[in-house]
Design a protein around this ligand. Structure first.
Ligand code: UD1
Length: 422
């Protein structure tokens, strides 16, 4: 078992380069299934979810190669359309292979995906959308068998909620389907646009991604992009390093992070009293003295405040002067980090969708376990600003989304190390 040992109280100084986006690279890797030839990707984050996606591709028969930020995937040799339970359970995004495999093979067998426990995470919208496109689906003993005997047919989908995963699955199924597909009330997250950019670079006909209405005209086949395709920067990782600086104090420059993707997040750090400056694709943050509370934080679909950043900004707000109210509107069970933060001395009352955080003068180190990916990152940020040592287990959650987090933070002066225990 691995643990992170964090000695708090050391301010951060220096520059951090933003890793490639976890939530963008995973659907792009699924999209490689549709390409006839070898795809090259750059700025891929070195995180365990990327390697889990590569294992899925290999199990399907594809040839993949990873070297730091570069990755190639050649899916011409794919023979299988089944993804086993172990691979499906490794991450939530495994479900995105459904649309891609149906587009490529006209059938697939998989099971319910894993991922962080954030409360119920149904896939009913994904299933309903595939059925509407001509897919026959049977769900027995947890295995979902999908078959499109007459191929996939374009149609109009009006989503009851702008689900990121369902929008991606429909896009993947539609790019090679017969006729036109329209997704109304589509998700507008930057990762949707990254998938749209990738698919267009492969020859797909898509317009409207980034708006609420995406129109896709099916094409016969997709070819790899002529140049390596670049994955967008990870807005959630950038927000995490802003929070790390807000907790520990100091001065950081977060490089190459597309600040426009953080328009709902940056004002919260400004309300806390951090000095923030945006220079092109970089964000500078300076924090000294005690933070202030922020206006009510309500998680929303993009461009609203991201649910993935809720836990992460809660960490600095635990020691702010005043009270901050959180309303989590996307997931039902997303305050599982609050327990550990309270054991560090925080005053958090969470019930249902709402958490009330009353700032205390300081936190102290503890023994904690990451409850999920972003909750783990929140505890880590809090530990950087706490007095004493925190021993954080459950590191595999953090490794799902952050590239070498202890190396990145150490380079900015944090006292953090990874140990392996029997
Ligand atoms: C969500 C986040 C995404 C984040 C990711 C990882 C939103 C809108 N989505 O994406 O930004 O990066 O988690 O943490 O913030 N739902 C259904 N039925 C479905 C699909 C979804 O009821 O078939 C519900 C979910 O339970 C949830 C909401 O819709 O309440 C958002 O789901 P969705 O966007 O699909 O989740 P992810 O794709 O996992």
């Amino acid at each position: 078992m691995q643990k992170l040992i964090i000695e708090g109280g050391t301010p951060l100084f220096g520059e951090i380069n933003t890793q490639g986006s976890k939530n963008a690279v995973l659907p792009v890797l699924a999209a490689c299934v549709l390409c006839e030839g070898q795809v090259f990707l750059k700025n891929c984050p070195c995180i365990s979810d990327r390697y889990a996606a590569a294992r899925i591709l290999s199990a399907l028969g594809a040839k993949t190669h990873s070297e730091q930020g570069m990755m190639s995937a050649d899916c011409q040799s794919i023979t299988s359309c089944e993804i086993g339970m172990g691979l499906m359970k490794a991450m939530r995004s495994s479900i995105i292979f459904m649309g891609a495999l149906l587009g490529r093979m006209g059938e697939c067998t998989l099971c319910y995906p894993g991922g962080c426990n954030l409360g119920p995470r149904p896939i009913d919208m994904h299933i309903a959308a595939m059925k509407k496109m001509g897919v026959q689906i049977s769900d027995e003993h947890g295995f979902i068998s999908c078959k499109a005997p007459d191929g996939l047919k374009g149609c109009t989908h009006s989503l009851s909620f702008p689900s990121v995963g369902a929008t991606e699955n429909i896009m993947l199924a539609a790019v090679c389907a017969e006729g036109e597909t329209v997704i109304s009330n589509a998700a507008r997250e930057p990762e949707i646009c990254c998938l749209g950019d990738f698919l267009r670079a492969c020859g797909a006909k898509i317009i409207g991604d980034g708006g609420g209405r995406i129109v896709i005209e099916g094409v016969g086949r997709l070819m790899p992009p002529s140049e390596p395709f670049e994955i967008i920067p990870d807005r959630i990782a950038a927000a995490t390093y802003l929070s790390a600086a807000a907790c520990a104090g100091g001065e950081l420059l977060i490089r190459n992070c597309t600040p426009v993707h953080l328009e709902a997040v940056i004002p919260v750090f400004e309300q806390m009293g951090c000095r923030i400056k945006v220079f092109g694709s970089n964000i500078y943050i300076y924090k000294k003295g005690r933070l202030s509370s922020a206006d009510t934080i309500r998680t929303m679909v993009y461009p609203g405040f991201p649910t993935d950043v809720q836990a992460i900004v809660m960490a600095p707000l635990c020691t702010a002067q005043g009270t901050t109210v959180f309303v989590e509107n996307i997931f039902e069970n997303r305050y599982r980090h609050a327990d550990a933060l309270c054991r560090m001395g925080a005053d958090i009352r969470a019930e249902g969708k709402v958490a009330v955080v009353t700032g205390v003068p300081g936190l102290y180190g503890t023994i904690a376990e990451a409850p999920d990916l972003r909750g783990g990152a929140a505890i880590l940020c809090a530990a950087l600003g706490a007095e004493g040592v925190t021993e954080l287990s459950g590191v595999s959650f953090i490794d799902r989304g952050y590239e070498n987090i202890e190396g990145v933070l150490s380079s900015a002066g944090a006292k953090i190390s990874r140990i392996t225990e029997e």
